[in-house]
Design a protein around this ligand. Structure first.
Ligand SMILES: [Zn+2]
Length: 314
């Protein structure tokens, strides 16, 4: 039987930790898989490594050639490091793989909507056509969205529950006019406010998404539940633990409703931010709790219900 969760992962996606980088996100794919290995989630997933690094042409879907070439070559350094992360050849190679991983997971979600596809990656949603920004190098969401629309006519939506507004998609609409079809305006969902206001805004947006999906206007939905929307995160402030988990419950319940209406809609997950150098397992634990909710509410894996209450951030 096919496991209900497919995680797209290659060891070379995660370079060695750089002592000078504030963000530990580049190594999060490896640390997240190690974390999952010690949880009951592990028996419900398979790891897939069948994807190749993005090409220069794919990067050019969302970026200006000057920026793409500077990052590929590592110079000029100010441009190659406009993401705020130290440039090294292994880091460059990992960025080409994390962006490819996101595209592979979304394509797999569309190809087999019965399976939830996951790209355990971060580092996309602040990038702009001509530079990186805020630990984000390339606009993986925009690259994947345009590739899937231009090659196959697919239209997507994002539920971006990272603590920071995902500006990549909005900042790329002028650069690529057909992004308005690939990821329609209003379907780059980033709830605003804090606590009850945040959850109310999320619910409002999920209703809008459900209407659009019911009308057949959405082929895939991506969820990125960044752990930096938790109030104890060093760069976050929106949600208590209970509220953060409730955001996951609301999201996957809405996706289950959408899939009952439109079974062909694929669902892909990504990680996005999370910054707790005082207690890194809290970030991984939150991501695991979110993934468990996807498996229970969307994948029908009842036996993980107990696990959903187990992990608590410290
Ligand atoms: Zn963030």
């Amino acid at each position: 039987m096919t496991p209900p969760l497919a995680i797209y992962y290659r060891d070379d996606m995660a370079p060695a930790d750089s002592p000078t980088n504030y963000s530990k996100s580049p190594t999060k794919p490896r640390r997240f898989l190690e974390y999952l290995h010690n949880t009951p989630l592990w028996q419900h997933l398979e790891v897939r490594a069948d994807f190749a690094p993005l090409t220069r042409d794919q990067l050019l879907l969302a970026h200006k050639p000057e920026y793409v070439d500077a990052f590929l070559a590592g110079e000029p350094r100010w441009q190659a490091e406009s993401n705020g992360l130290a440039w090294t050849p292994p880091f460059r190679d990992s960025v080409l793989l994390t962006n490819a991983c996101l595209l592979a997971a979304i394509a797999a979600a569309v190809a087999n909507p019965q399976v939830i596809a996951m790209a355990p990656v971060s580092g996309f949603h602040h990038a702009r056509p001509s530079s990186g920004s805020g630990f984000c190098t390339f606009s993986g969401q925009v690259i994947a969205g345009l590739e899937l629309y231009r090659q196959r006519g697919l239209r997507g939506a994002w539920i971006d529950l990272d603590g920071h507004f995902g500006n990549s998609i909005e900042d790329s609409r002028e650069f690529a006019a057909d992004l308005d079809i690939a990821i329609a305006r209003g379907l780059n969902i980033n709830p605003g406010g804090r606590h009850a206001d945040y959850l109310a805004d999320l619910q409002q947006n999920l209703l809008f998404l459900t209407e659009r999906a019911a009308a057949g206007e959405v082929d895939y939905i991506c969820v990125a539940h960044g752990a930096d929307s938790h109030e104890w995160d060093q760069l976050g402030n929106q949600c208590t633990t209970a509220e953060w988990l409730e955001a996951a419950n609301l999201t996957y319940a809405a996706l289950a409703e959408i899939r009952a209406l439109q079974p062909r809609v694929g669902v892909a997950l990504a990680l996005f931010g999370g910054y707790r150098d005082d207690h890194p397992p809290s970030v991984l634990g939150l991501h695991a709790m979110d993934t468990a909710r996807a498996l229970v509410l969307l994948g029908g894996v009842q036996e993980l219900e107990g696990f959903m209450a187990e992990v608590r951030p410290a």
